[in-house]
Design a protein around this ligand. Structure first.
Ligand code: FES
Length: 350
């Protein structure tokens, strides 16, 4: 065993040293791809956790915002390409088949996600994509490097066929190994497609048995029942006061009736121009926030089924009552925007 793991000088072969990293990246990317395929919400543009929501949220801050804007109409197709790409990269790394090409795919996927989603993560190492990008580089440079892998086995078989000396690196002409490797890759790809399809079907079947309680977000969103309060304002975290008389001073946001109870609506924050989010957490209780996530600048949304504000990019969750961070990498909570409901039924930012 030591002779297999170590070279003639007793040093551990580089491929064996890279095995933990290769297996971790393979499992992680395969898991990420299958998780996306099994989650119908990822492909549902109306969902706060969809690829569409992630791209829309990232457009405000990404250095490739022009490309994201261009691809936004086909966000679900982009999501499918990403998911299948992750499955292919994961399977390639785990089996050690076309290991360098799988690593290149991992680098490109990580680079794309870094530029689109994680570019403004602060501090920068809290965004996982840049870490994955550099984690793939040793495998990109060395490949399987004589560790247990289909690449190693194919090279040894080709070497044996041409020189009769098994165990050496392949000196066979490329034409002798590529066809075999191509056939093998086709079989593996077929298996990966079947696995992906089965995962997607199981995910949808499981989802269809669960009653979705999600409500719409946005100015015309409607989940739950909309109350018809007259003169309520939210002037401090968790508190409400009743006002009467003329319309309050401030920037008019729109009719409060468009914000359902346990639902939300969007607006533009006066002054900054940032996207804003107003939530009616209970009848006549409104809380509003700057919807730009403090982590990397994606736009957050309210998830009525979970009663949390969620960031689609890295999963930070915030309290709809205070904007405080509940979980995730965001270093701070959401900035509150004070809103008042006037006697005329409109909401105002003050
Ligand atoms: Fe990373 Fe929101 S942008 S959690």
């Amino acid at each position: 065993m030591r002779q297999v793991v170590c070279d003639d000088s007793g040093k551990v072969r580089s491929g064996w040293a890279l095995m933990p990293l290769r297996l971790f990246l393979g499992v992680t990317f395969l898991y990420a791809g299958l998780q996306k395929l099994s989650n119908p919400d990822f492909f549902n543009s109306a969902s706060a956790t969809s690829i569409h929501a992630q791209m829309e949220g990232a457009i405000h801050t990404s250095p490739v915002h022009g490309l994201l804007s261009l691809l936004l109409p086909v966000a679900s197709a982009v999501g499918l390409v990403i998911a299948l790409g992750e499955v292919a990269v994961g399977v390639g790394a785990l089996l050690g088949l076309f290991t360098r090409i799988a690593a290149l795919g991992g680098v490109l996927l990580s680079l794309g996600l870094f530029l689109a989603i994680s570019f403004n993560a602060s501090p920068y190492f809290t965004g996982a994509d840049i870490v994955f990008l550099f984690a793939w580089t040793p495998l990109l440079i060395l490949g399987a490097a004589d560790a247990p892998a289909l690449d190693t086995w194919l090279a040894a078989a080709a070497s044996k066929a041409t020189s009769g000396r098994p165990g050496r690196a392949s000196r066979a002409p490329a034409g002798m190994t590529v066809p075999r490797r191509g056939v093998l890759a086709g079989m593996v790809a077929g298996g990966a497609v079947v696995l992906s399809g089965a995962t997607a079907l199981i995910g949808r079947a499981a989802n269809s048995t669960t009653t979705s309680a999600t409500g719409a977000t946005g100015a015309s969103g409607a989940s739950g029942s909309s109350g018809t309060p007259t003169t309520t304002s939210t002037t401090a975290p968790g508190t409400s006061t009743t006002l009467s008389g003329p319309a309050p001073k401030g920037t008019k946001l729109g009719p409060a009736s468009e914000v359902p109870v346990n639902g939300s609506a969007t607006f533009t924050v006066p002054g900054s121009g940032d996207p804003g989010l107003v939530i009616q957490t209970a009848a006549d209780t409104f809380h509003a926030f700057d919807a730009v996530c403090p982590h990397a600048g994606c736009t957050v949304s309210y998830l009525p089924s979970s009663k949390v504000i969620i960031c689609p990019c890295h999963g930070s969750e915030f309290s709809p009552d205070t904007g405080a961070v509940l979980t995730g990498p965001s270093p701070t909570g959401l900035a509150r925007v004070q809103v008042i409901k006037g006697a005329n039924g409109d909401l105002y930012a003050v």
